[in-house]
Unconditional design. Sequence first.
Length: 262
Amino acid sequence: MRIVSRAMESSSVVNKYELYHRAVQDPPAMADFLANVYRDCSRRWPQSLREDFCGTFALSAEWVTRARRNTALAVDKAAEPLRYGKAALGNLSSNELARLKVLRTDVLSASTTKWDVIAALNFSYCIFKKRARLRRYLELSLKRLNKNGIVVMDVLGGMEIANEMQTQASFSDFQYVWDQVSFNPISREAIFHIHLKPEGGKVMRKAFVYDWRMWTVCELQDLLAEIGYRRSHVYWEGAGRIDKGAGPVAGESWVGYVVGVK
Ligand SMILES: C[S@@+](CC[C@H](N)C(=O)[O-])C[C@H]1O[C@@H](n2cnc3c(N)ncnc32)[C@H](O)[C@@H]1O
């Protein structure tokens, strides 16, 4: 899905989400990944998705276009990205729109409607710095899952996340900078910024600011087991399930996925 409406391209608020989308997100690939992981864990194809910390909910919008029985709920507490996402829904049919709900609320609020897949992506759950808060979120998620349902969290790891450094990516009309500002090796708290530099436009320094605790794969797996998830698995981008197989090269940054199965 192309998540931009021409009428909105002039505003810098909108540009920030548009450029973020182009630099970071790949909703079709993520929807494929989630469906394949669910199938791998439960032997069926999923239908319903709850996208927590959804931002502009590009993944949910993609999800409802994939099959006529697919439904999605997108949840975020911030009005601005939700507004941008809603303005970009012009490509969806009325039937697809009817199967997509968007909710502005805290993910810790009480609803326990059930879903096949809960996605907490782009490291968003790392805003929970206290174990008790993350535990509460994962307990609620367990209640929100159908039998054999899965919760999926991506994990950013590798020694490189401890380095203060910037990584730059160039696109046809803008540059994207991932800025690792600080990392505390004791608390594993980290600050990251995204800067965006549109060609010929005003530089958007700190377009996105993240203040996270970088949870590790084994911390997440321990927590899932403690809470009562039946199993958990680790998946690697492009490599499928790697529970005990070869993982990332030590030292370099990597992205993995921890999956809890109800
Ligand atoms: C890193 S962005 C992720 C956006 C999107 N998931 C993506 O993949 O690009 C984090 C989002 O989480 C939202 N958020 C943070 N704390 C939240 C909470 N407690 N409940 C709901 N949304 C929250 C923020 O408003 C923000 O839109």
